[in-house]
Write a protein that binds this ligand. Structure first.
Ligand code: GLU
Length: 423
């Protein structure tokens, strides 16, 4: 018998965001002047007080295992913030788990909410659908599929700000619906739902839960909560009382506090069900990563309580960059994009250029070709849209978590690339 890896591992798609990040880093290491717009990662350093707190914790020998869900002080702090800042009712420290990055929080949540197989070993198709508004970040679907979910895409357009409507959600919900994913501000589109829109979506979920989909849960990825600069205020959908108990809220310090490499994230629930979900996720964590590093949590607590100024400095910088990239790209021929309101991405529609041939001779059938040609010919790394949902083939994602000089030079190179297209 030939040696092989599992079908699960073999059939898993690699993360395209991580792949672009790695490729850009490798090219840089070879001395190529590559402009990296791939990584969704702030170019700022982590706040000084967070680093100092982590160093002090290391020196105080906070180097051993801690409670599986995270130490009580950190979970209490998060429960307090989720209550006071996010307005989510019914969150105690027993409703919070701290994980190795937001990705692990999502992974554990999906493993806890979806059933992989029925009693006969075959797929249990009773309630397995992930309702996923697309475009959506590249790892939601693969992580949910690993947990046994079937993905139901809810398509959106740049004209509608890449947002689903309550009618669209209502029409998509069936007795098989298990999880609705809400990610606002959104990666990759940087658009946001208004509080009224979130309340309207919550009302649809509440009604469906009382009729056809009693086991329906909202997973709200709120990672970009603090990076908001448009006219839309941030709101947690879990703050709507009728859906609070059926909402699992995910967040982390990586993007807001420039702490991506610390690999911290958390998930929280509300009420009886929320506690059960967090308890089950904790059991899974106990069988996998055990816990997060204590000294990292010391840094996280300092970031969460002492870094309002750092947060504001970074937010203001992202706001300026958002205006700059929006105006630069809107001036390029054939690109359609939504104005960013939060997070730090643009997701231009490049379909006007598909079917053409690049100056270097590459036929542009879809976003992957566009991104590959842009990297080869202009040394500019962007993420092709294919893995953000079916319609992503017409889009590329650019992160604007980089300097204004880089944004200006990137727009120049993209302009040269577009001007060189033939056909
Ligand atoms: N979340 C970031 C991004 O979308 C980092 C890479 C990843 O986890 O996908 O670029």
């Amino acid at each position: 018998m030939a040696l092989s890896v599992s079908r699960r591992a073999a059939s898993l798609k690699p993360s395209s965001t991580v792949a672009v990040m790695n490729r850009a880093k490798a090219l840089k290491a070879q001395g190529v002047d590559v402009l990296n717009f791939g990584a969704g990662e702030p170019d700022f350093n982590s706040p000084e007080v967070a680093k100092a707190a982590a160093i002090a914790a290391l020196q105080a020998n906070q180097t051993r295992y801690i409670e599986t869900a995270g130490d009580a002080e950190s979970r209490q702090l998060l429960a307090d913030l989720l209550t006071t800042r996010n307005g989510i009712p019914g969150v105690t420290r027993d409703h919070v788990i701290i994980t190795s990055g937001v990705k692990m929080a999502l992974y554990l949540a999906f493993q806890t909410l979806f059933d992989a197989a029925g009693p006969d070993g075959g797929p249990d198709r009773s309630q397995q659908d992930l309702l996923l508004p697309v475009p959506a970040w590249v790892s939601f679907a693969p992580m949910a599929e690993l947990a046994g979910a079937r993905i139901v895409e809810l398509p959106t357009t740049p004209e509608s700000g890449f947002k689903i409507t309550p009618q669209q959600l209502k029409a998509a919900i069936t007795p098989r619906s298990r999880v609705v994913l809400i990610n606002s501000p959104s990666n990759p589109t940087s658009t946001m739902y208004t509080p009224d829109e979130l309340r309207a979506l919550a009302a649809v979920v509440d009604e469906a839960a009382r009729t056809i989909a009693p086991n329906l849960v909202i997973v709200a990825d709120e990672l970009y909560q603090n990076i908001v600069f448009g006219s839309v205020p941030f709101m947690s959908i879990g703050s709507v009382p009728s859906v609070a108990e059926r909402t699992i809220t995910i967040n982390g310090p990586g993007k807001s506090f420039a702490m991506t490499g610390w690999r911290l994230g958390w998930a929280s629930g509300s009420g009886e069900f929320g506690k059960a979900v967090i308890g089950a996720m904790t059991k899974l964590q106990g069988q996998t990563t055990t816990c997060v590093p204590a000294f990292c949590l010391a840094g996280m607590r300092s970031a969460l309580t002492q870094c309002e100024k750092d947060l504001e400095t970074m937010r203001a910088a992202f706001a300026k960059r958002a205006d700059l990239i929006y105006s630069l790209l809107s001036g390029l021929p054939g690109l359609k994009l939504a104005r960013p309101q939060g997070a730090f991405y643009v997701f231009p529609d490049i379909s006007a250029h598909l079917g053409k041939t690049s100056a270097g001779g590459r036929k542009l059938a879809g976003a992957a070709d566009f991104a590959a040609a842009l990297l080869d010919e202009q040394q500019m790394a962007v993420v092709p849209g294919e893995d953000f949902g079916t319609m992503g083939v017409r889009h590329i994602r650019m992160s604007f978590a980089c300097s204004e000089a880089q944004l200006t030079e990137g727009a120049r190179r993209l302009g040269v690339f577009i001007a060189g297209l033939k056909g």
